[in-house]
Write a protein that binds this ligand. Sequence first.
Ligand SMILES: [Zn+2]
Length: 313
Amino acid sequence: MTRSPQCFGSHGLRRSLPFLAVEGGGDAVETGWPRRGQYPAAQLSPGPTRRRRGELPRDLGTLFAPLVEAALHHGTMRVEVAGRFSSWGWRYEFMRVRLAGEAAGRRLMRLGFFAGLHGDEPAGCLALVRWLVGLAADPARAAGYEITVYPVCNPTGFEDGTRTNRAGKDLNREFWQRSAEPEVRLIEREIEQRRFDGIISLHSDDTCEGIYGYAHGRLLNEALLVPALAAAAEFLPRDSRAVIDGFPAHDGVLAHCYPGVLAPPAEWDRHPFDVIFETPARAPLEAQVQATVAALDSILAEYRRFMAYADGI
Ligand SMILES: [Zn+2]
């Protein structure tokens, strides 16, 4: 999903294919990447085609560079290829980052973090990179967790600065609907295989007046989201309107959202917690990043507290 370290993407042999195709499938590809000397490498994808001046960053290699560097120095973190796909003749690698926190006397809780599903919302991508670099240096902050992060879920949209992918699809309306979009199929496969205990999606909204989030009407989600919003409110105001994004809201918490958003499949018996955190896209990017990092730290702390409480019952 970036077009630098050796990947993103080499000029595809599939240029003639009229559709996007997931390559491989099955188990995720473990490359052992990154290794010294492999970064930076040829950047052969079309790159940002609709870059808007003043917006940062649209270069996936630049975005991933701090993660690559951190993974070289901290054995607890790995940058991996989760899958590959082609888009209009260009090949992309879909990256995930895994970080194992210190053991905490019970099985590690598996959390999945997703950003950049809308390519024109870089704040979540930047926040995840900064957060991960911090966690790699201080794994005690991630104690008790196995953290899997997908910093850019829509690589072509990220490069192009567009909400949709290069095929023009809003990926966050496509989940669990037999989507043909390779990014969606890759993420669905990851969700099915990794059996997360919790899923956190990061977005930005250019119509809102502050931070808010979706709790999907579930108590645990709300119990995690409310303190996360409070922690983030140190950096950005909360959107306190009664209606946000067309849905009723209470103190920045929404119970309902659009169908087809990234979420666990509805038919699962065991339902992981599942929150969507939104920053105001018109706010300064740095404030959005800081607010998101604070929210992520809060979610780790609060869920750890719930688990400790549950263990004591
Ligand atoms: Zn979004």
